[in-house]
Write a protein that binds this ligand. Structure first.
Ligand code: NAP
Length: 333
């Protein structure tokens, strides 16, 4: 059976399984310039929540009744396109469908053998590039500076923490379980950690773990965690706004403190970004990330769920913190 997953309805607040529908799919014979491909790994990513809404954003909304789309690593079953042959492995942001026919221009070929194929959806793919660009292009870390990372145990956060360590910084990671904190400290060498779910006074926890103040805040979550970190910024600090996952399901946007006076008095740079802003620098970043991975300087964790039918539930698990490292679904060998 060949299956696809559609957006059945737009969520209001936290999405649930009823917003998705699994149906049978077809994959017609490829025409000239097309490939028939079979999904191996499918990525679930927080930004996809934004595409379930019809609000205008940097990525167009998914259409109701049409397939969800996301990052997929797939194997070519049949090719009628130059430069591709059966057996090749490709990467694309395409339909959540087990076997599908796509224009060859929708995917890029990836090299097999150097790293596990799933890494192209994580550390060697979009999340790894996001970590690299946000920290290095905006955060501009210098040795001994203090870097605080929220969402520290996730796909982007784990890479940010490690690159900050490579750059000689002191790193404090914020995450939502003691298991994640242990992983950050014991496996990734993060200097100090905060469990935001069990810490009563997050502001005090930031003061205690950052006695010299905060020079860089890499923000993956937004909300009250970020309010607390920002209140403890040093002069010339940089705030990298990468994600705001704590607000993605908010129906009423909460109002936080007015930040401008603090940013002014401490000469702080606060900048949002989308990974595609740095499209011209992908080659440089990919080479460096590949090198760090092959040298063992960047460790990498994945939480892999098996089975196409588990995609919706896995996606929802992002908002409950069910993953350490990259969260993805394995569809086939
Ligand atoms: P991830 O961190 O692997 O997964 C999401 C994590 O967020 C969960 O594991 C959970 O961990 C945490 N979380 C969920 N709800 C939360 C809440 N209410 N408060 C605090 N933490 C919460 O996801 P990712 O792919 O690496 O993405 C991380 C962030 O970067 C997201 O905000 C995403 O939208 C953003 N992003 C931005 C770009 C860009 O171009 N700017 C690109 C990729 C990703 P805990 O157990 O710690 O709660």
């Amino acid at each position: 059976m060949n299956r696809k997953i559609l957006l059945k309805s737009r969520p209001n607040g936290m999405p649930d399984a009823n917003n998705f529908e699994i149906t049978e799919a077809t994959a017609p014979d490829p025409k000239d310039g097309e490939l028939r491909i079979k999904a191996l790994y499918i990525s679930v990513d927080p930004y996809m929540r934004g595409r379930m809404s019809d609000a205008k954003s940097y990525a167009p909304p998914f259409e109701v009744g049409k397939p969800i789309q996301g990052g997929i690593v797939a194997r070519v079953l049949e090719s009628r396109a130059d430069n591709f042959k059966a057996g090749d492995v490709v990467l694309g942001r395409i339909d959540w469908q087990e076997i599908q026919t796509v224009p060859a221009s929708a995917v890029t070929k990836i090299e097999e053998g150097k790293a596990p194929l799933s890494y192209h959806l994580g550390i060697l793919g979009m999340p790894g590039l996001t970590a690299y660009f946000g920290l290095l292009k905006i955060g501009n870390p210098k040795p001994v500076e203090t870097v605080v990372v929220s969402g520290a145990a996730g796909a982007v956060g784990t890479v940010v923490c490690q690159i900050a360590k490579i750059k000689g910084c002191r790193v404090v990671g914020i995450a939502g379980s003691d298991e994640k904190l242990a992983y950050l400290k014991n496996e990734l060498g993060v200097d100090d950690v905060i469990n935001y779910r069990t810490t009563k006074d997050i502001k005090k926890a930031i003061e205690e773990t950052c006695p010299n103040g905060v020079d860089i805040y890499y923000d993956n979550v937004g909300g009250e965690i970020s309010d607390a970190v920002i209140s403890h910024l040093n002069k010339y600090a940089r705030v990298v706004i990468c994600g705001q996952i704590s607000l993605y399901n908010a129906t009423d946007m909460p109002t936080g403190p007015r930040l401008q006076p603090l940013l002014l008095k401490r000469s702080v740079l606060m900048q949002g970004f989308i990974v595609s802003d740095y499209a011209d620098h992908v080659t440089e970043a990919s080479q460096q990330l590949n090198q760090w991975v092959s040298e063992g300087k960047l460790k990498y964790e994945e939480t892999i769920v098996e089975g196409f039918e588990n995609l919706p539930e896995t996606f929802l698990g992002l908002f409950e913190g069910k993953n350490t490292g990259k969260y993805l679904v394995k569809i086939a060998e």
